[in-house]
Design a binder for this molecule. Structure first.
Ligand code: SF4
Length: 326
């Protein structure tokens, strides 16, 4: 590990000052410390933001939900408002990592976590994300777990977060605080596709701090849930996953929010699936036909062609579970 300075911010102003001077924010540290040990990340200064008052879960004036950036994954998953209003968020969190990690890791850190591509973490391998311009070892290497949607010729890594898939489905917004004040970024614009610059992963400016994730109010009743398919049943990243929320009134689907994980360079909103569902009556045939659109535009690699079919089946199964025809 490379030497670094460490400072603790006692309030937001101190944190932003340190961030403006190039400090890297750290809270749970469950990703960053690993990356520092592997010398993938070499920050000169770490700024501990744990003391900041960003630990609230609150219903917003408009009936949405705001989750503070420093709420731990386990606290968020167990919170009564999260469980009642958006079970898809609780389920995505509970299916992530291990209990120990969920107790340490924060919501803000979770959405900022970096890819689990093994070449990214191997400093002897070519990796455009870690070392821009060096190439992408995964393109010709072992790419079974890599992405099939939203990739580029420069990077084919997946985004590893589960809860980010739920946030993408629900069209959450990320609240940021920086030297120029507060702003909100739609979740769909916050995590960046690799394009020509895979080293740029979030639409966050230098020194900006995530303060909360806000989920907009949804029509009620809303049924939702998360399905994760993986090689083993615990402590494993998704091969495919599906976050689904449906608002059914008068026997007709009025609103559908669907996104997939484990398959995209970023959590992948399935707009074509949503369009196929809205205005229709739940039925076995509808789930199957809608899920057929889940892999539209997929560009599978040598070892992950199976993800195309697996994604469709994952989405179909979760539509059936949430839609109540299981
Ligand atoms: Fe690096 Fe992305 Fe290629 Fe993995 S897929 S080696 S993260 S450039």
């Amino acid at each position: 590990m490379h030497p670094f300075d460490f400072t603790r911010a006692s309030d937001t102003r101190e944190a932003l000052d340190a961030g403006r001077r190039g400090g890297r924010y750290i809270a749970g540290g469950t990703t960053l410390v690993d990356l520092m040990r592997e010398t993938v990340e070499r920050p000169g200064t770490l700024v501990d933001i744990s003391p900041l008052p960003l630990r609230e879960v609150a219903v917003t004036e408009r009936g949405g939900l705001r989750i503070g950036a420093l709420v731990s994954m386990s606290e968020a998953a167990a919170h009564p408002k999260v469980r009642t209003l958006f079970p898809v968020i609780s389920e995505a969190l509970e299916l992530s990592a291990s209990a120990q990690l969920r107790n340490m890791a924060t919501l803000g850190g979770n959405i900022m976590q970096r890819t689990r591509c093994t070449y990214f973490r191997d400093v002897t391998a070519d990796c455009n994300k870690r070392d821009p311009g060096s190439g992408c070892a995964a393109l010709r290497g072992h790419n079974r777990t890599h992405a099939i949607l939203g990739t580029s010729d420069h990077c084919v890594a997946t985004h590893p977060s589960d809860v980010a898939v739920a946030f993408a489905a629900l069209e959450a917004r990320v609240r940021l605080l920086g030297p120029d004040g507060e702003r909100q970024v739609p979740f769909a614009d916050f995590l960046l596709r690799p394009g020509n610059t895979p080293q740029r992963e979030q639409a966050i400016k230098e020194g900006e701090l995530i303060t909360a994730v806000e989920i907009p109010a949804q029509p009620r009743p809303l049924k939702s849930g998360y399905l994760k398919v993986r090689d083993r049943q615990s402590y494993e990243f998704a091969l495919t996953s599906a976050a689904v929320a449906l608002h059914v009134r008068g026997g007709v689907i009025r609103e559908a929010k669907v996104a997939a994980g484990g398959v995209g360079a970023v959590p992948w909103k399935l707009s074509a699936v949503e369009r196929h569902l809205i205005g229709e009556r739940p039925s076995e045939g509808l789930w199957e036909a809608a899920a057929r659109r889940a892999a539209d535009g997929a560009r599978p690699l040598r070892h992950n062609r199976f993800k195309v079919e697996l994604l469709k089946r994952t989405v179909e199964r979760q539509l059936r579970v949430v839609g109540g025809t299981k």
